[in-house]
Design a protein around this ligand. Structure first.
Ligand SMILES: Nc1ncnc2c1ncn2[C@@H]1O[C@H](COP(=O)(O)OP(=O)(O)OP(=O)(O)O)[C@@H](O)[C@H]1O
Ligand SMILES: O=P(O)(O)OC[C@H]1O[C@H](OP(=O)(O)OP(=O)(O)O)[C@H](O)[C@@H]1O
Ligand SMILES: O=C(O)c1cccnc1
Length: 486
């Protein structure tokens, strides 16, 4: 079924609409509410995360409204009452959103994004925000892991065919670019986002011409920059020799850029192929590898001394194969009461990691001004200004005895104003700027946090006031619960 006025407002869980209806019926739907968006644990056991998804969130919020066909569906198929439908017809996002920028290095349990809005509005956008951040941040982080592994070598994103449908391919490759990939094979992503597109050719082209020599030659006659896929029949006996033969015959008419290995033992094959290319005088011709690659296999190939110069990575990147979900959540931390005052709210859990941190908060990165390295991230209440303090006490938010004092620091506010009173006030940087920003920011962190295996845990701490406030909230809830016991 297709609708000419389809909107994304219904891209939500039914329960959000039911909660909005409850608030509206009770006339509390306009009360100010503050929600934090964060994930608890970094994916892939990585030591750092890379935030992505803000541009899509901006577009979603900017166009947020229930269309005519949305409202007809809600009324006629789901049975919502006319007066509630009349209210939904008027709903726009009128609140504030603060967020870290795309490409920012992020960690568990810190408010990456903060929504402050009328309760019903804040609730109605939850699902879409989580949907966007959970996927894009996961892929940007995976891409960054792969980038950390290959150093400066070329990384090509090849995942579209294996992505979880078209939207994931497009937004996933954009996230991969932010995380450090150089190019994508997805031509539409090139058009939409300006990501460089690159690619070779498939086995089917060799099979179509039956023999490699003819296929390479025909391809080369039309394409000046040639990367020949050499593993269709036999990499060393047929593929590489045919590629060299065609390159010699065509001489300056083509740039013999590379050969691609897509099966077999790529450590062995790349070393042998390198020798053959060098012996033929093609020292500049690169060896490209693809075939179910990820950072682990790449690391192993490097350890084996593989002579690979460029990497095509698809399935395991675009599907976040080893951890398919990030687990970001959206939690209410403060709400307006009947007297118009903001009151903090908390969600208690038997698991201390899952207890929320109440109140409207800010997120700072504490950077040591002597060595220009990040000491940790620091979450404060809204009215705290850590830069005014001479000495900052940073302590673990659960194991509080783990603490340190930091002097000579700069506290950088990581939150940017994105929407204010429903108005977009943020200018989205160019995608290349985002990628460069991620690369630059990585330099703030010691290598110990960035290694892909068993990294050190980076500190994400609460200010004393934030911690005291949390304890106060826990105490109040305990009192309330015990008062209810008979
Ligand atoms: N020397 C190597 N060390 C570690 N892993 C390797 C090495 N060479 C290849 N691999 C990886 O091993 C896996 C081999 O997968 P698989 O057995 O499906 O491929 P294949 O049989 O070589 O090729 P095909 O795609 O034709 O089935 C791939 O993930 C590949 O990246
Ligand atoms: O392995 P990935 O990281 O996903 O990289 C993309 C793969 O897509 C192509 O293979 P294709 O889909 O034609 O088939 P194959 O899996 O049999 O190689 C290409 O030859 C790569 O192997
Ligand atoms: O261009 C390539 O070589 C390519 C593109 C997509 C998937 N596999 C390979």
């Amino acid at each position: 079924m297709s609708y000419t006025d389809d909107s994304l407002a219904l891209h939500t869980d039914l329960y959000q609409i039911n909660m909005a209806e409850t608030y509206w019926e009770d006339n509390v739907h306009k009360r100010r509410a503050v929600f934090d968006l964060y994930f608890r644990k970094l994916p892939f056991d990585n030591g750092i995360g890379v935030f992505a998804g803000l541009e899509k969130i901006i577009d979603f919020i900017h166009h947020f409204r229930f269309s005519k066909s949305d409202l007809i569906y809600l009324k006629e198929e789901l049975g919502y009452a006319d007066d509630f439908i009349d209210y939904l017809k008027t709903v726009r996002f009128t609140g504030n959103i603060k967020s870290v920028r795309e490409g920012e290095i992020v960690f568990g349990n810190e408010p990456i994004l903060r929504v402050e809005a009328p309760l019903a509005e804040a609730q109605l956008i939850e699902t879409a925000l989580l949907n966007i951040v959970n996927y894009q941040t996961l892929i940007a982080t995976k891409a960054c892991r792969i980038r950390q592994t290959v150093g400066e070598q070329q990384l090509m994103e090849f995942g579209t065919r294996r992505a979880h449908e078209m939207d994931a391919a497009i937004w996933g490759t954009r996230a991969a670019f932010i995380g450090g990939f150089d190019s994508t094979s997805n031509v539409r992503a090139g058009k939409l986002f300006g990501i460089p597109v690159s690619g070779t050719h498939a086995h089917s082209m060799i099979q179509a011409y039956r023999d490699e020599y003819t296929a390479f030659k025909k391809y080369a006659q039309r394409h000046k920059n040639c990367v020949f896929l050499v593993d269709t029949y036999d990499t060393l006996k047929s593929g590489v020799p045919n590629a060299i033969k065609v390159a010699k015959e065509l001489g300056n008419q083509i740039n013999f850029t590379g050969v691609r290995l897509d099966s077999g033992d790529m450590a062995y094959l790349s070393k042998e192929a390198r020798k053959m290319l060098d012996d033929a005088g093609f020292h500049e011709t690169k060896i490209v590898a693809s075939n179910d690659l990820d950072e682990e296999t790449i690391l192993s190939l490097q350890a084996q001394g593989a002579k690979i110069d460029a990497w095509g990575v698809g399935t395991k990147l675009i599907t976040a194969f080893d951890q398919p979900a990030l687990g970001a959540v959206y939690k209410l931390v403060s709400i307006e009461n009947e007297h118009g005052e903001m009151v903090d709210t908390i969600k208690i859990s038997g698991n201390p990691e899952k207890v929320t941190t109440p109140s409207m908060k800010k997120l700072y990165r504490i950077v040591n001004t002597i060595n220009n390295r990040a000491e940790g991230d620091y979450i404060t209440l809204e009215n705290e200004y850590p830069n005014e303090e001479e000495k900052l006490k940073m302590f673990h938010p659960i194991h509080t005895y783990i603490s340190k004092f930091v002097t000579n620091f700069n506290a950088i506010n990581l939150h940017h104003d994105i929407f204010m009173d429903g108005k977009l006030v943020y200018e989205t940087p160019d995608l290349y700027e985002m990628q460069a920003y991620t690369k630059d920011q990585l330099d703030l962190f010691w290598d110990e946090y960035k290694r892909t295996i068993h990294p050190e845990e980076y500190a994400v701490d609460l200010s004393q006031k934030t911690w005291d406030n949390k304890m106060e909230n826990i105490k109040e809830v305990r009192k309330m619960v015990s008062g209810m016991q008979r």
